[in-house]
Design a protein around this ligand. Sequence first.
Ligand code: ZN
Length: 263
Amino acid sequence: MKRIIFYISALVVMTGYAVPAFSWGQKGHRIIAEIAYDNLNRKSRKQVDKTLGKHGMIYWSNWADEIKSDTIYPDSYDWHFQDFDGGLSDSTVVDALIHYPNEGGNLFRALDSLVKVQRDKEVKDKVHTLRFIIHLCGDRFCPMHTARMDDKGGNMVKMKWFGENTNLHTVWDTHLIESQGYSYSEYARKLERQYAHEKRVIEQMTESELLLQNYHLTEGIYAYQAVWDGNTYHYIYRWRQPMEYQLYVAGIRLAKLLNSIYK
Ligand SMILES: [Zn+2]
């Protein structure tokens, strides 16, 4: 436990969000966890089940959001996002994976530290770190968690969703997913069928390629705000598939990460 505290306390609080910035909504994280669990090898599954106990991965996939207001990990609010300015060069974006930026969140640094703890054979209690990894590995593929700093990750971008006031961040965390009306397990099954042919490619992509893919998606989302006619159906038609692809990528990459930890 001491070592966990050491690693965790080494994480630095970089920014303070004045506006709530949640992650993929509860359903998004459950979809990602279910896809990941389906793609774990036998050894990893056994380890994950043993570490998390009877409730398992899907149940714990939202724990990191639920404890944000708890004092147990006071710095963890910043671990859920890594925002950027718009219009950056690819090399500047990719650099964030190595030289963690001083502002805009702490997602990359936190995830790397948590994975180190999970790999450390001398650490006995790995329950909390595993719960964090399951959640944060999902957040890193949510486009509004690598969004703009100046609008608080899309939280300041006002939108109407079927006449109701909301914002860009919440549209991507929750409304787009909920607009499809599936349960989390129905959605996981659907995406596993829909993207089965892409699984190998996604597994083989580098971290840099994945981050750039995510960043360019986010840039496209911002650009669309200027041309969108305000019709919610048009928004769903344009962005449903990119959102679904991100959920699938997150599930496959979480499985890959856990399989590499328990190999
Ligand atoms: Zn989150």
